[in-house]
Design a protein around this ligand. Structure first.
Ligand code: PLP
Length: 405
C-alpha cells in the first residue's frame, strides 16, 4: 500500500511539551511506574480546582448550551471581556473586537493563519511558548527568534529585536508574564517593544494568559494599553488564572490602530466563521469568571500555596551544584540553567529521557522552547510542597550521578 505521510506543512512544526518524552512517560505509567510530572501547567490535576462559582455555573448552564452561537461568541461574555480591557487600560475596544475561542491556543493559531504568507517573518521570544513557533511554521511563515536575557531577569533583548527586523517582518510576539521563564516585563521594556513595532509597522501579539498569576505584589501592564496607534492582538483566557484549562475558554482582543487592517480583520472573521463557534459552556464561564472574585490571587499571595511552592522550588534548585535559576515573578514555571562546564549535555531530549528513566521525574528540555543551546530545562512548580521536594531531590540525585560520569 502507498504510505500515508504527514503533510509537508508540518515539516517545521514541533511541540515538545507533549512530545516523545511524554509518550515514554505514558508508557512507563502503563507499566505501573509512578511519575512525578513537572511538565505541564495543568493546575486542576494538582488539586488546584477551578473556582466553585465557575463549576456551578458550568453545571447550571449545560442543559441550555447545546446550540451554536455567533462565530465570535455570545454577547454577554464578550461584553465582560470589554470591561476587562477597560480595567487594563486598553482603550477603544468594543464587543466587535472580541473573539472567544476554545482556549487561547485556537485563537493564536487562527490569528497567524489569517495573517501570514509564505516567507513572512514573525519575531518570537527565545525561549518561547512553542505554540507560536509551531503555528507560524504551519501558517507558512518563518519564525525568527529574539533572545531574552537570563542575566537581566529574562528581559527581551531590545537590540536583538531591532537587529532581527527585516522588510518581511509582520509581527512580534510578546509573552508577558512569560512561560517558560516566569519573567514579568516592566512598562519601560514594553514601551521599547511598542516603539519597534511602531517604527516598522508590526502587529503585536500579546499573550497575557498569566496576567493575574503574579507573585510578590507585582502588577501587570497590558502592552496594548501602551500602543493605541499599533495593531495589537491580546490573548487571554481562563486556563491559568481561573484554573479551568479543560473548559477551553479563551479570548482575543483586537485593539489599537485598525483602519489599515480591514482586510486582515475580514480574514479573522472568515476563520472564526469556519470553525462555527467555540464551546458554549466555556463562553459563559468567561462571563462568570470575570464578573466574580475567585481568581488565582489567594494562591499567589505571600503564604499562598503557589507562592510557597515557587519559593521552595527556587531554594532547592539553587542548592544543586552547577544549577542556577531566575526566581519567577509570575506564572507557573522556572527555566533553570545547567552550567555546561559541570553538565556537558549534548542532547537535552536525551537528558530528559534519562532523568525520566532513572528517577521517574518528567520535565521538558529547554530546546523544546526553542532555546538555542542544550543547557536549560523547564519545570512546573504545581505539585504540593512534599511532592515538589521529592521531585527536586530526585533531580539533584540524578545530576550528582551525571557529574560523576
Ligand atoms: N499561552 C501560553 C503562554 C501558555 O503557557 C498556554 C498554556 O500553557 C497557552 C497560551 C494556552 O492556553 P489555552 O489553554 O487558553 O489554550
Amino acid at each position: 500500500m502507498k504510505p500515508i505521510a504527514k503533510s509537508s506543512k508540518l515539516a517545521n512544526v514541533c511541540y515538545d511539551i507533549r512530545g516523545p518524552v511524554l509518550d515514554k512517560a505514558r508508557q512507563m505509567q502503563e507499566e505501573g511506574h509512578k511519575i512525578i510530572q513537572l511538565n505541564i501547567g495543568n493546575l486542576a490535576v494538582f488539586g488546584l480546582e477551578p473556582p466553585d462559582e465557575i463549576v456551578q455555573d458550568m453545571i447550571r448552564n449545560m442543559p441550555h448550551t447545546a446550540g451554536y452561537t455567533d462565530s465570535k461568541g455570545l454577547f454577554a461574555p464578550r461584553k465582560a471581556v470589554v470591561h476587562y480591557t477597560q480595567e487594563k487600560n486598553i482603550r477603544g475596544v468594543t464587543v466587535d473586537d472580541v473573539y472567544l475561542g476554545n482556549g487561547a491556543s485556537e485563537l493564536i493559531t487562527m490569528s497567524l493563519n489569517a495573517m501570514l504568507n509564505t516567507g513572512d517573518e514573525v519575531l518570537i521570544p527565545a525561549p518561547d511558548y512553542p505554540l507560536y513557533t509551531a503555528s507560524v511554521a504551519l501558517s507558512g511563515g518563518t519564525p525568527v527568534h529574539y533572545l531574552c536575557d537570563e542575566a537581566s531577569d529574562w528581559m527581551p533583548d531590545i537590540e536583538d529585536i531591532k537587529r532581527k527586523v527585516t522588510s518581511n517582518t509582520k509581527a512580534i510576539v510578546v509573552i508577558n508574564p512569560n512561560n517558560p521563564t516566569g519573567a514579568l516585563y516592566p512598562e519601560s521594556v514594553l514601551k521599547q517593544i511598542v516603539e519597534v513595532a511602531r517604527q516598522h509597522q508590526l502587529i503585536i501579539l500579546a499573550d497575557e494568559i498569566y496576567d493575574k498569576t503574579l507573585f510578590d505584589g507585582n502588577v501587570h501592564t497590558s502592552i496594548a494599553s501602551l500602543a493605541d496607534d499599533v495593531l495589537c492582538l491580546t490573548f487571554n483566557g481562563l486556563s491559568k488564572n481561573y484554573r479551568s484549562c479543560g473548559y477551553r475558554a479563551g479570548w482575543m482582543v483586537v485593539s489599537g490602530e485598525k483602519k489599515h487592517a480591514k482586510d486582515y480583520i475580514e480574514g479573522l472573521n472568515m476563520l472564526a466563521s469556519m470553525r462555527l463557534c467555540s464551546n458554549t459552556p466555556g463562553q459563559l464561564a468567561i462571563q462568570t469568571a470575570l464578573g466574580g472574585y475567585q481568581s488565582i490571587k489567594d494562591l499567589v499571595a505571600p503564604g499562598g500555596r503557589l507562592c510557597k511552592q515557587r519559593d521552595l522550588a527556587y531554594e532547592l534548585l539553587m542548592k544543586i551544584p552547577g544549577v542556577s535559576v531566575v526566581k519567577p515573578k509570575a506564572a507557573l514555571y522556572m527555566f533553570p540553567r545547567l552550567d555546561p562546564k559541570v553538565y556537558p549535555i549534548a542532547d537535552d531530549q536525551q537528558f530528559a529521557y534519562e532523568l525520566l528513566a532513572e528517577e521517574k521525574v518528567l520535565i521538558v528540555q529547554g530546546t523544546g522552547f526553542n532555546w538555542p543551546t542544550p543547557d536549560h530545562f523547564r519545570l512546573v512548580f504545581l505539585p504540593n510542597v512534599d511532592d515538589l521536594a521529592e521531585a527536586i531531590g530526585r533531580i539533584a540525585r540524578f545530576l550528582e550521578h551525571y557529574r560523576k560520569r
